[in-house]
Structures are given as C-alpha cells and as structure tokens.
Design a protein around this ligand. Structure first.
Ligand SMILES: O=C(O)C1=C[C@@H](OP(=O)(O)O)[C@@H](O)[C@H](O)C1
Ligand SMILES: C=C(OP(=O)(O)O)C(=O)O
Length: 477
C-alpha cells in the first residue's frame, strides 16, 4: 500500500518538555507465554492484566481453535482477567491464523504436534518470509509429521502439523541464530513431550537471551524442571524434563519495550516521564532502557509508592531538537555505540533517538532484524534518511550520523515499532506524518490516544474497553 492510500497520522511536535505519568499495558511476551503454559496446564490458570492486542488475540484465537477455553472476566479489583481452562486434550482439524506474530508462528506448532489431528497454520504475507525452519526441522526430529510444501518453498508458512496426540521428544539440535523464539518454542511445550527435550543450539550466536530467560523462568514457575547453560548446565544446551504443568494465577508485568517511546519522549524533549508499576526484577529486555537512555543523556530512579514501584525518567534540557527549525523543545541526547543483540526489539526506538543526538551512533549485533516484522534495518535507513538523516546499514546494524531533520511521510511497513519510532522523531521535528499508525495494534492498540495523553501531561494509561482495541477472547461457543 502506498502512503497516499493509507492513513497518515500527523505526529505531534512539542514546544515544551514532556511531563507525564504513563500506565503501559501488559507485556506481549509474558502474556503469550502465560496463555500457552496455562493451555498446557493440568488445571485452570488465570492471567491478570493481560495485554489486549492483535498478537495476544491471535495467540488466544489459536489456542481456542485447539479446544482451549479462554474467558474474559473482571478480577476482584476490577482489573481485566483471562481465565484459561485447558479442556480435555488438544483438538486437531483446526486452523490457526498467526498474523505476523513471531510468538504465535513459532510457539504454537509444537503445541499442535500434541493435538489429535491436523492443524493448519497461515498468516500475513510477511509471515511467509519470517524464519521458521528451526522449529519445523526440530519438531520433525522429535517425531512430528509436518507438511510445509504448500507454497513450494520449505521451512516456512503456510504449513500443516499432523498432530499425533503426543510427541516423542528427546535430544535435538537447532541453529537459533535467526531467532531466539526457536528455542523458546521448543522449551515451552517440552514438559508435555514423552521424553521432554534436550535442545542444543548449534549456531554461532543467539539473539534475545532475556527472552529465553523469560521462557525458562515462566516454565519453572509453572512447575517444570529446566536445566540451562547459565546455571551450571552444558554450554548451549537446555534440558526440560517431562512432567505436569500447574495452572497459575499470574499478574502480567507492563510491557517495558512499549514503555520505550514514552521514555524517549522525556529524553528528546528534556522532560520527565513516570512509568507506573516498573518491575524491580524482570527478564524483559526493556529493562535495559534504564541504562541505555541514561548513557544517551537522561537519568532515572525507581521510586516506591503505595501501589508499587514507578520508574521516573528525566531528560536533560538544552539540546538542539535534531537541528529542526521549528523551535521544538529539546533535550540533550548523546550518540551511543552499543551491541543490541540481547535487546533487538529496542532497536527502532533507539535509532530514532540516535538520529536526534549530538554525536554519531553505532547499533551493532542486530542483523537478524532484517527478518522481523519488516526488514527493520532497511526500513529505519530509508525512513530516517527520508527526513534528511544520514543512516547507513552495516553488516549487523546501523551507523547513524545526526543531521538537521525536516518533516515528511514516515512509512511503517506494517511494523508497530516503526510507527512508535516515527512518533518519537515527530516530537522534535515538525510535520512528520506517520503512515498507518494503526499498525501499533500489534502490541499497543491504544497508542495514538496514549500519546495524546502523554503530551497533555495526563496519567496516560490504556482506556478501559477502548474501542479500537481488538476484541479480547470470549467464551468458546
Ligand atoms: O520470545 C519473545 O517473546 C520475543 C523474542 C525476540 O525475538 P527474536 O529473537 O526473533 O528477535 C523479540 O525480538 C520478540 O519481539 C519477542
Ligand atoms: C520482533 C517483534 O515481534 P515478534 O514477536 O513478531 O517477533 C517485536 O515485537 O519487536
């Protein structure tokens, strides 16, 4: 779709430092793991404050297609709650829409191998291009039957998993250098494999380690026995023992990667933004923003309140707003040279801030982003340069030389994090129009309203029952 056919959202620029408090909705990665683990549990499970977004609706929809009951309810304190009833065995003869959700396209095929019949998987056109071979090949080696020949090219969607009511499991080798989600996918379902799994990563690098730690931590909390290279196990080997998973009551943490644009707003305008309910201990990669944005010119502290812990992040007033002529409010922002391989999903937001800095940046270790929602390295290069920037793709990342920026259309390529990166640039550069801002619905459906609330100085949380959010899962008919 061209920009003229698609919506253009005028990204607001600001003339004063941004000061606000923000309640960020639940983590995508935690919500989708929690749904899956609850679906594989021996008894009912409950998710409090789940993320309601396209990716979590797709995960819930996929599990419901396999016969899992997921109902929406209000918890005792009025907060949203999803109740998951595993039901009596996973049903086959089902179809699963994965959209463009990496967590759904990677995490559900192992679950489908446990169903009692064929499960067909398909999704957005981009899902056909995203790597899936690690999951397909491993499942075959563990005893599953999979047909991935529908489009003539193998190792990708669309595909059918012929569920056999169970899976042998055992030792398997996987090269997960293109996505950590290959590892997480196989570990999450492994307690239900007859022999569990002994997964050996054979690639020369492994991105997004915090997300693998999240998988391990959530498996253990559900009662699984897991051995990892990080706690005395063999290097590159994860072992999960077969065994029952228990249903849990779990409160989903706010999505710290989705806190990024709000923190960036404080940094680039020299303002102050409070993020409510920041976890003191977490496996989320977004926690690294405290350090990264501090190195780029801000400062932050965790503050204990009656309700929990807030992160208060302050920018430093006095910068040049990307050289923009519009007199926008500006914070002092420094460039950064950093390996982002552990926290790749933060790259678009960091690139946007780096384009407004007072010195060049090098973002390294993120070659695998070429196979994310879009080719993020190409997209960031094209769009920041389209506003007058000087970004160059390197073999494994980006080199960013700040230049005076001007307005223009910022294309988003159906990528939620491109849209939020465009919004951050728009704060400092007048007349940036973000194409298809609605693509933020993948993980943050209420973004435009939250952004308006941020700039109005509100406590900008998600609207209860907000009308543009995808429907939450409801009782299965
Ligand atoms: O497991 C997860 O929840 C995720 C893992 C990462 O994937 P990659 O390792 O493919 O980058 C991350 O980028 C993605 O947003 C979420
Ligand atoms: C890479 C991302 O998502 P996915 O789960 O689709 O891989 C992301 O959210 O930045």
């Amino acid at each position: 779709m061209t920009a003229s056919q698609s919506s253009l959202w005028p990204a607001p620029s600001v003339s004063a430092p941004v000061t606000a408090a923000v309640t960020v909705p639940g983590s995508k990665s935690v919500t989708n793991r929690a749904l899956l683990l609850a679906a594989l549990g021996a008894g009912p499970g409950r998710l409090r404050r789940p993320l309601r977004s396209r990716d979590s609706a797709l995960m819930a929809g996929g599990l419901r297609a396999l016969g899992v009951g997921i109902e929406e309810a209000a918890g005792p304190d009025g907060a949203e709650e999803w109740r998951v009833s595993p039901g009596g065995g996973l049903r086959g003869d089902a179809s699963v829409d994965v959209g463009n959700a990496g967590t759904v396209m990677r995490f559900l095929p192992p679950v489908a191998a446990l169903a009692d019949g064929p499960v067909r998987f398909d999704g957005d056109p981009r899902s056909h291009e995203r790597p899936l071979h690690g999951v397909i090949d491993a499942l075959r080696a563990l005893g599953a039957r999979i047909d991935d020949t529908a489009r003539g090219s193998r190792g990708a969607l669309p595909l059918t998993v012929y569920g056999g009511g169970g899976l042998r499991g055992g030792p398997v080798e996987v090269d997960a250098s293109s996505s950590s989600q290959f590892v997480s996918a196989l570990l999450l379902s492994a307690p239900r494999f007859d022999k569990g799994v002994e997964l050996r990563h054979t690639g020369d690098r492994l991105p997004s380690m915090p997300h693998i730690r999240m998988t391990v931590e959530m498996l253990r909390a559900a009662g699984a026995e897991v051995e990892t290279p990080e706690d005395g196990g063999e290097p590159n080997v994860w072992r999960v023992a077969p065994g029952a998973l228990r249903g849990r009551d779990l409160t989903v943490e706010p999505d710290l990667s989705n806190a990024q644009p709000f923190l960036a707003a404080a940094l680039v305008t020299g303002g102050r933004v409070t993020i409510r309910d920041w976890p003191r201990q977490t496996t989320q990669p977004g926690d690294a923003l405290r350090e990264i944005f501090t190195e780029m010119g801000g400062s932050c502290e965790l503050v204990t309140t009656a309700e929990g812990t807030d992160l208060v992040f302050s920018g430093t007033p006095g910068g040049s707003a990307g050289g923009s002529p519009g007199g926008s409010a500006a914070g002092i922002v420094h460039g950064i040279d950093i390996d982002l391989s552990e926290v790749g999903e933060l790259t678009p937001g960091i690139a946007a801030v780096a384009a407004l800095a007072d010195s060049p940046s090098r973002l390294r270790g993120v070659g695998h982003l070429r196979l994310h929602e879009t080719d993020r390295l190409a997209a960031l290069t094209a769009e920041i340069n389209g506003l007058g920037g000087e970004v160059t793709e390197t073999g494994d990342g980006l080199a960013i030389r700040p230049r005076p920026l001007h307005g223009g259309v910022f294309h988003t390529y159906d990528d939620h994090r491109m849209a939020t990166a465009g919004a951050v640039l728009g704060l400092a550069v007048p007349d940036v129009r973000v194409e298809n801002v609605e693509t933020t619905a993948k993980t943050l459906p209420d973004f435009p309203r939250m952004w308006a609330g941020l700039l109005a100085g509100d406590d900008a949380g998600p609207a209860a029952g907000s009308s543009d959010a995808p429907a939450a899962p409801t009782r299965r008919d």
